[in-house]
Design a protein around this ligand. Structure first.
Ligand SMILES: Cc1cc2nc3c(=O)[nH]c(=O)nc-3n(C[C@H](O)[C@H](O)[C@H](O)COP(=O)(O)OP(=O)(O)OC[C@H]3O[C@@H](n4cnc5c(N)ncnc54)[C@H](O)[C@@H]3O)c2cc1C
Length: 610
């Protein structure tokens, strides 16, 4: 691993955290952005999106379950009229140019009512539009971006093929230059294409000759003049039933040469960068599903009586509400923290003279690790919260009459698309190692310091932890040491062969994700308490402590798994002692009492209220 480069020292000086650096640096609560930091403009945007969803989407939930594809398109049109499709598009192309945090905010609040609409919205505004915004020529942007931003036309992203899913660069769709050199002739088949049923601008990935990497093209599709494009029937899916998902076939489809995106062979890069944005947006898109599921579930649990008692009063049910709220709040904390970090980096690069396009691309790429982690945590939060929601509703939870079962079915896809969670876990660790190898982040020095500290005799003094979160911050710092110990040893042992030890990488990813979420949650809450008081924020304090407690437990399990895999004998014992030290509380929290505090607040407010 190289030492940190000059260029990276520059952004260090300005106090901005780089992607992945949360593992080696301690942030202060003032350093992170939270939902309480929204500007007035963002608050107004939030209210207008909530009002839109409550008026147009939530009352129509049943129609979405009946595969009413026309309704999805109709509401997409209305979202276009409201300007919700243009938040992240620069003003010169008809957009609002509101920046990354606002993009996440709208994505969050517009997505909670049904996965059908959120998938259509996410695919259109993210992977359907952003490749042109970020890689298009001036002419391409002028021609297509304003049509997409207004909702005059909808976008789809054609990457996956029957034989090329996670291995997206292995697609067999071909692009051959026509004899007159004016067009590329596309032949092949794509599958699982969101919005295919109503989109008219397709981003198509295809290989030219035997290029190592695929290329990307913009295709205008007009059903009246199909140009060799045909669509399969709508897929019958477990969830997101009104989201259009079809196969797309290309038979000698002509795309003018000027519609190639970026250069020949850049398609795979475009695909990866589009996915980075898609991942953090997906994590945002799940937050409101979490909030709404909790609200619907507590309304039911406060009403429903068994054994002459509202079921919300039972400890077993309180446990569920506390864990559901903790994960929802953690996802929100991590997503907006990373979103603002991305925005800050984009602003910094713009000030340095980069174009909007370059700045946005680099800014998002810088935080690709966080995007991958958030996608994993957010999608698993969605699955967990909706599953527990069904359980709270009991038999009624299994019925189509409640709003919960569709939420559970809709949530399932989030673990699969935008890169499966397995791929994202593997990526989060491998991207970090690559950064270290390139000298963009110095993992080596702190990892060696942790290694040396294992030999030291630990202090037996009992520290003063009377200040709020003082112990939690020490634990977070120690969890980072646990991560560095495990991943440092894994790299040292397997070097270039590490990628063949996937279960080890998954264990490391698990610890890394938990650290990010727990740190984001604790810092957000500390910031909140500074604005309010410990009394007012008692439930949020309990959430932060619960999220950290769960993170510590996971670090113990996965740390042990990793250590037992790559070490034996004295070394194994020493590292496990280190792990024990790095995951040790001086004052273990009363976790049942934490959960009760959280659940009692939700019960009293009769809604998700954090
Ligand atoms: C409803 C829906 C909408 C979609 N929308 C779009 C869209 O708009 N555009 C588009 O291009 N695609 C879209 N997709 C495709 C989606 O991105 C892929 O399904 C996803 O990337 C996984 O690919 P796959 O289905 O081929 O699964 P595979 O790649 O075959 O994976 C199967 C399993 O193997 C695991 N696996 C694969 N490779 C590895 C590895 N190297 N190491 C460890 N585990 C591995 C995976 O994690 C998974 O568990 C959509 C899919 C669905 C279901």
């Amino acid at each position: 691993m190289k030492s940190v480069s000059k260029k990276n020292k520059m952004s260090e000086k300005k106090g901005l955290l780089k992607g992945g650096e949360f593992l080696i640096k301690q942030s202060k609560c003032e350093d992170i952005f939270t939902v309480d930091d929204f500007t007035e403009e963002q608050e107004m945007m939030k209210e207008s999106v909530i009002e839109f969803v409550d008026r147009e989407i939530w009352p129509n939930k049943a129609r979405f379950e009946q595969k009413d594809f026309a309704l999805t398109q109709e509401i997409m049109n209305k979202a276009g009229e409201m300007g919700f499709l243009s938040i992240s598009v620069p003003e010169q192309y008809g957009g609002m140019g509101m920046g990354f945090v606002s993009t996440l905010l709208v994505c969050d609040r517009i997505s909670g009512a049904t996965g059908s609409f959120s998938t259509a919205y996410g695919a259109h505004t993210g992977i359907g539009t952003m490749p042109i915004v970020l890689y298009g020529t001036e002419a391409q942007k002028e021609k297509y971006v304003s049509q997409l931003a207004s909702g005059e036309k909808f976008g789809a992203y054609c990457l996956t093929e029957p034989g090329a899913g996670s291995d997206a660069n292995s697609g067999k769709t071909t692009a051959t230059l026509s004899d007159d050199g004016k067009d590329y002739i596309i032949n092949g088949q794509k599958m699982w294409i969101t919005n295919a049923g109503f989109a008219s601008i397709f981003i198509v990935f295809a290989r030219i000759e035997d290029d190592k990497n695929i290329s990307a093209f913009i295709l205008e599709y007009d059903p009246e003049n199909p140009n060799g494009v045909s669509l399969g029937d709508e897929e019958h899916k477990l969830g997101i039933r009104s989201s259009s998902t079809r196969q797309v076939f290309f038979s000698d489809t002509k795309i003018p040469v000027e519609n190639m995106l970026a250069e020949r062979g850049r398609g795979f890069k475009i695909a990866l960068n589009a996915l980075n944005i898609g991942r953090i947006k997906l994590s945002a898109a799940i937050i409101d599903a979490g909030r709404r599921t909790i609200t619907e579930s507590i309304k039911y649990a406060n009403e429903r009586k068994q054994f002459k008692t509202p079921i919300a009063q039972f400890g077993a049910i309180k446990q569920k509400f506390a864990e559901m709220a903790a994960r929802t709040y953690a996802t929100e904390s991590g997503t907006y923290r990373a979103g603002k970090d991305i925005q800050n980096r984009i602003d910094e690069l713009t000030r340095e003279g980069k174009s909007h396009q370059e700045a946005e691309l680099e800014g998002i790429k810088e935080f690709a690790i966080e995007c991958a982690m958030l996608k994993v945590y957010g999608s698993e939060m969605g699955q967990f919260v909706t599953d527990e929601g069904i359980q709270i509703f009991g038999g009624m939870g299994f019925s189509e009459e409640t709003p919960i079962e569709s939420g559970w079915r809709d949530a399932r896809i989030a673990r699969i698309y935008e890169g499966t969670n397995e791929i994202n876990r593997l990526l989060s660790v491998s991207m970090l190692i690559k950064k270290a190898m390139k000298g963009q982040i110095d993992l080596l020095t702190p990892a060696m310091a942790v290694g040396n500290s294992l030999m030291e005799i630990p202090s037996f003094e009992i520290p003063d932890y009377s200040e709020l979160f003082s112990e939690e911050k020490v634990i977070i710092e120690n969890l980072k040491k646990a991560y560095l110990m495990v991943s440092g040893k894994a790299i040292q042992t397997y070097m270039m062969e590490l990628e063949n030890h996937q279960q080890l990488i998954l264990a490391a990813a698990e610890i890394m994700i938990e650290i990010y979420m727990a740190e984001s949650t604790v810092l957000r809450t500390e910031k909140l308490v500074k604005r309010t008081s410990k009394e007012e924020s008692a439930a949020q304090i309990s959430i932060a402590k619960l999220v950290l407690y769960n993170a510590v437990n996971k670090a113990q399990i996965f740390g042990k798994e990793a250590i037992n895999y790559f070490s034996t004998g004295d070394e194994n014992r020493m590292m496990k002692m280190g792990l024990k030290r790095f995951t040790k509380y001086t004052n273990e929290p009363n976790v049942i009492s934490l959960r009760n505090t959280i659940a009692d607040k939700i019960t009293k407010e009769n809604k998700y209220c954090f």
